[in-house]
Design a protein around this ligand. Sequence first.
Ligand code: AMP
Ligand code: MG
Length: 465
Amino acid sequence: MSSIASTAGIVSFEQARRLVEVHAVGVSPAQAESVELLAGLGRVLAEEIVADRDYPPFDRATRDGYAVRAADLAKIPARLEIVGEVKAGDWPEPSSCTVRPGQAVGIMTGAPLPAGADAVVMVEHTALVQSSHPSAAQNAASGWRNFAQGTPGSAPDTPAGGFVDVQRAVAAGENFVPRGTEARAAQLLLDRGRRLDHAAIAIAASVGKSRMPVFRKPRVAVLSTGDEVVEIDATPRPAQIRNSNSYSLAAQVSAAGAEPVRLAIAPDERRRLRVLIEEGLECDLLLLTGGVSMGKYDLVEQVLGQLKAEFYFTGAQIQPGKPVVFGSCGAGALARVPSTNSPSARERPPAPPKKYFFGLPGNPVSTMVTFELFARPMIEALAGMTPQPLLFLRARLKSEIRTKTGLKRFLPAVLSGEFENAEVELARWQGSGDIAALARANCYVVIPPDRERIEAGEWVPLLMR
Ligand code: AMP
Ligand code: MG
């Protein structure tokens, strides 16, 4: 083992995560580009989005019913004269549509509240009195229907001229949203650095953004190492295995918002490994898998050491994934020009930026878990995302877990149950190489390093996959 490991050392899970977060804060995202609104899904917003006008832009009814003056309903029931109707999309001009004492205006959800009104009473709490048949008061739900003399849900005829009996009082301000209470014009709606989901897309659409400024995706090199690893379309010899890690990692990189760049498989041989590492360091981030354990042919740290890498940790107290490595190669390490012919300091091009790398253990489950725990926040930072805390959910444990103390464990598990009855149990697994177990699992149960036994029924933290 090289001396590098001892200089950086093995840290707790929390320390390792903190180290990545601290370095991630310092990275700068790529430039911005403009994409069509829907192409922005999953991308990171490069500029803030503000409200183009007040939201709602008018006092907006939230119920079908009647716009009223709350004071008119001090005594219940109350009979009001219907002097008009406003449906969604109508603009009630005060000159022709104002609610005066003793009056009401029929109103639909989404329509502007007419002048004079200060509340909406739900149609369900009213009974319509048609002027030609004053005794024919009907119950509300059927009220609109009868009023419209049409099918349920169709717009009622203009009700001006009739009367309505109101059976329930409303307070001023009830059943409408006052103009500008959701957002004032120019108010911040979406922050720069936010990943765009469907809710953010809705906001952008509301304010009329048919194109979105987003950060370019960072390029993340994926380098699998190991003499036994072969390409996936090869027929493996008895002792060979196909390169699944490059693909799981590429998928995780894409899901994290970056562009994966899959490199050739590196053998456990220094020279070729170094060439491929140098190639990988041309991307914004390098992810290696395999070759970081204590074996004689685990050469990744040694070769990175030759490239003058700085190591921030060379292991974390976790399972799976204990040998995980995090570090960077500075400008010096990346200069490819042979020193004898190198130009003088003044002529030299500007130093390339520091490049971070993760050496993830080769066991497929370890690779996936350590990606989520450590590589993801760095990728998100390079993608321009505001740092997100690692969130654990909780679920009730279905059957007892016994384990050893000392490591924080992230064990593949199955979260199941319906509605509020979620429960979780460990997936049967044969250890960190068991990809079949991962296919059965949909989350990881997180076990603190000081617990040997967790009883069925206990609430346990989960990391969703
Ligand atoms: P290592 O971390 O190199 O000691 O590898 C640990 C285990 O993961 C070994 O059983 C490897 O064969 C396996 N492994 C390493 N790289 C890959 C890969 N790219 N795809 C699938 N399994 C791998
Ligand atoms: Mg190996």
